[in-house]
Design a protein around this ligand. Structure first.
Ligand SMILES: [Zn+2]
Length: 355
């Protein structure tokens, strides 16, 4: 949470400085009728300019140095790079002109606003792999509950709600019965979905937690991929420019997925807090390299619906109304994300608020 605040603080200073500079991207674009939002990552020296559902990812270089920026995460445009001078980012006129041209072309091509085209629900485990097992005492009787079953029940109900609410989107499940599916298969399934250039896909893995040696551990949590994990999203086969630029492009792309994953995690957690928070505690948003989350090239989160190894959580998880509350909350959280993602201006609203 602290990291977000620092980022916003720097962003505020940056925006203030822009107002008194001649080579100001914000002013230049405003004159052309644009009102972009900027986000700057000082550590990586990369930034993102958001404008009505489109975005430019850039990095800085030396004054007069040439490099590239990414348009909507796909098109690569060569340009003089923005540079930092006395702590202020300056945008060469040619850069501003290229950005303006790129954004207006994106709009003219009627690529339109970004939309979530597909939602993949990944019920954890299945078949031979039961996931965590709990044995709560219900009405004086020892009962057995399995993670794979709860994950499937919640996922199926979530699926039905999403299909009804979003008939224009592909709603997919990595499994819809008690079958064994490898992690590799789940990920390749997700990565194989065809998308147009303005379309995004989101991935939600559903699990329950277990802490066999810490029976008092309980509560729900939402995980997303940490920003320092870098994947090769852009490689020599998709980019024929200078090889040394590839890692920079990848870090820009990665940052986009991180921002989106974190937004998705926060919209889901907020709904969990509303619906589940009275019965089981929130353990918040976490970052880790879960396999399915790491390998899926898309905004992705993993939810843990309480601890199967905790007597109170496990008892709650045998209650179908309580389990339904989870799928309802997931549905609301995903819908909130879609609404933010698809609104004109995209993430500008998100950037104005702390999570
Ligand atoms: Zn699991």
């Amino acid at each position: 949470m602290r990291k977000r605040l620092i980022l916003l603080l720097i962003y505020a200073t940056f925006a203030a400085n822009l107002l008194s500079e001649p080579l100001l991207l914000e002013n230049a674009l405003k004159e052309m009728g644009y009102a972009p939002e900027l986000q700057w990552e000082p550590f990586l020296q990369t930034g993102v300019i958001y404008d009505r559902g489109h975005f430019i990812s850039f990095y800085t270089g030396e004054k007069d140095e040439y490099g590239v920026f990414l348009v909507d995460g796909y098109y690569i445009i060569e340009t003089p790079l923005p540079y930092v001078e006395k702590g202020i980012i300056k945008f060469p006129e040619a850069f501003v002109a290229s950005v303006e041209k790129a954004i207006s072309e994106e709009m003219e091509n009627d690529i339109g606003l970004f939309r979530v085209a597909a939602i993949i629900i990944d019920p954890g485990h299945g078949g031979k792999d039961t996931g965590a097992i709990g044995t709560p005492i219900i009405d004086g009787k020892k009962t057995t509950i399995q993670e794979k079953g709860i994950a499937l029940t919640v996922s199926k109900d979530l699926y039905v709600q999403l299909v009804k609410a979003f008939p224009d989107k592909q709603i997919l499940m990595t499994r819809n019965d008690d079958s064994t599916i490898s992690l590799e298969k789940r990920v390749s399934f997700a990565n194989a979905v065809n998308l147009a250039q303005n379309e995004a896909i989101i991935f939600v893995a559903v699990h329950c937690n277990a802490a066999p040696y810490k029976a008092n551990a309980r509560g729900y949590e939402v995980w997303y991929l940490p920003p320092d994990v870098r994947r090769s999203l852009i490689n020599k086969s998709t980019f024929d420019g200078p090889a040394e630029v590839i890692p920079i492009l990848n870090s820009m792309k990665e940052e986009e997925f991180t921002i989106e994953s974190r937004l998705l995690a926060s919209t889901i957690l907020k709904r969990f807090d509303e619906v589940i928070g009275k019965s089981s505690p929130s353990r918040g948003i976490k970052e880790e390299e879960w396999y399915v989350v790491k390998k899926a090239n898309m905004p992705s989160v993993l939810v843990e619906l309480g601890f199967i190894t905790n007597a109170s959580d496990a008892r709650l998880l045998t209650d179908s109304t309580y389990v339904k509350n989870y799928s309802n909350a997931l549905f609301e959280g995903i819908s909130d994300f879609v609404a933010i993602y698809e609104q004109p201006g995209g993430f500008s609203v998100f950037l104005d608020k702390d999570l």
